[in-house]
Design a protein around this ligand. Structure first.
Ligand SMILES: O=P(O)(O)OC[C@H]1O[C@H](O[C@H]2O[C@H](CO)[C@@H](O)[C@H](O)[C@H]2O)[C@H](O)[C@@H](O)[C@@H]1O
Length: 377
């Protein structure tokens, strides 16, 4: 595994991002006396904790446990089963993971004098969750906000999707893209003026798995064809098997179909997302490693004056949240309507709130005006 064509854009040049808060006069409730939760920590035990921990599936029991956990974590089930997340859990969770909107002032204060670097997950963060993965479009308003954001800070999209696919949704050449859960990283070539097609591959740590992933994709398509509305998505260095539109009674059957294919591939592993099983190479690489790689590529390795912000909604984003906690730098924001075990420091309820938070940050940067990142390029 070697790094290929690693670009090191000259981004960092002691830019003082004196960002101050943008929303103090908004109707949003602020909790001025509350400090951002210290890293590490911030966990709150919730009833599903044991179930949800480390559900990589290798064995029969785990397949069943995964299907159970997927049922338990489905919003409709949570609503119908208040005991799963009772009122006490809800309120303690929000104390440990306050709304990023409520904590905006403190967050902005903590980033003062540091270079913000933005990491954004795609599905469930920039776009709402929909039944058909091919229709998960982001709104024009969100695109506009992200475009503006990228003018101020280095900005990366970190997604489980195939890089090309996520690019076709986001359509912003000025961003960094880490597709396939960070296994396919590209960025704008220096001096490229951010034209489409001017991106350069920075790192593909699982490139030797490509033929295997193609093979397993075909096998999964064939194997799951008997399950109505199952969908298999080729994400290049990983494959997703979608359960969302499959009748819940068929979930066990579908999970077993997936496992029967995977049994033949000891070099692949299974992870779970939102009503999806994902098949990936067993390499030690994830969204957290991708975040570290990008920070290093941007010239922020071992820097104390960098402030990475990662916004994501899913289990795979936890790897990035954990890295930020371990580093004690920046913070993670979990997009979720429901309490979840997380290493993120803050929460937002849905992509619309993420859009609002990003927009507010921008509002302040544009007001102060003197710290736009592009000046450093
Ligand atoms: O890392 P992400 O950008 O969040 O990608 C994770 C997976 O997202 C997509 O699936 C999810 O969103 C779909 C569209 O809203 C939804 O139908 C599905 O149930 C969700 O799991 C994507 O299709 C997957 O390939 C990604 O791995």
């Amino acid at each position: 595994m070697t790094k290929q064509n690693v670009l090191v854009p000259e981004m960092k040049s002691g830019i003082n991002l004196a960002i101050t808060m943008a929303m103090s006069n908004s109707s949003i409730l602020t909790m001025a006396s509350q400090k951002p939760p210290a890293a590490p920590g911030g966990y709150i035990p919730i009833s599903r904790k044991g179930f949800l921990k480390n559900l990589e599936i290798n064995g029969e029991g785990r397949i069943n446990a995964w299907v159970d956990s997927m049922r338990a974590s489905s919003p409709t089930h949570i609503k119908a089963t208040p005991s799963l997340v009772d009122h006490h859990d809800q309120s303690s969770w929000i104390v440990h993971h306050p709304s990023a909107l409520d904590m905006f002032e403190q967050i902005i204060d903590a980033s003062k004098g540091k270079q913000i670097v933005m990491f954004l997950d795609y599905d469930g963060t920039l776009s709402p969750i929909v039944d058909d993965p091919d229709q998960a479009f982001m709104s024009k308003a969100m695109r506009k906000t992200v475009r503006k954001l990228a003018r101020c800070f280095p900005t990366a999209i970190v997604s489980g999707r195939c890089r090309d696919k996520v690019y076709s949704f986001v359509k912003l050449a000025e961003l960094y893209y880490a597709g396939s859960h960070g296994m396919d990283i590209e960025g704008p070539a220096k001096g490229s003026k951010y034209k489409k097609g001017s991106h350069r591959i920075l790192f593909q740590p699982a490139s030797e798995f490509l033929p295997m992933m193609d093979e397993v994709y075909k096998q999964l398509v064939e194997k799951t064809s008997s399950t109505p509305r199952a969908k298999v998505e080729n994400n290049k260095f990983c494959v997703s098997v979608h359960f969302r539109c499959v009748d819940e009674k068929k979930w066990n059957e579908l999970a077993h179909q997936v496992r029967s294919v995977l049994k033949q591939y000891p070099k692949l592993r299974l992870t779970q997302g939102r009503k999806v099983l994902e098949i990936r190479p067993t390499i030690k690489w994830d969204k957290g490693k991708a975040l570290e790689f990008l920070l290093e590529s941007l010239g922020f390795a071992n820097c104390t004056d960098v402030f990475p912000v990662y916004i994501g909604d899913d289990r795979s984003d936890e790897d990035a949240f954990k890295i930020l906690r371990e580093k004690g730098q920046g913070f993670g924001i979990l997009v979720s309507k429901f309490p979840k075990e997380t290493s993120a420091s803050y929460s937002l309820q849905e992509p619309d709130e993420a859009s609002y938070g990003l927009f507010a940050t921008l509002g302040r940067v544009e007001t102060t005006g003197d710290n736009l990142r592009r000046k450093a390029w």
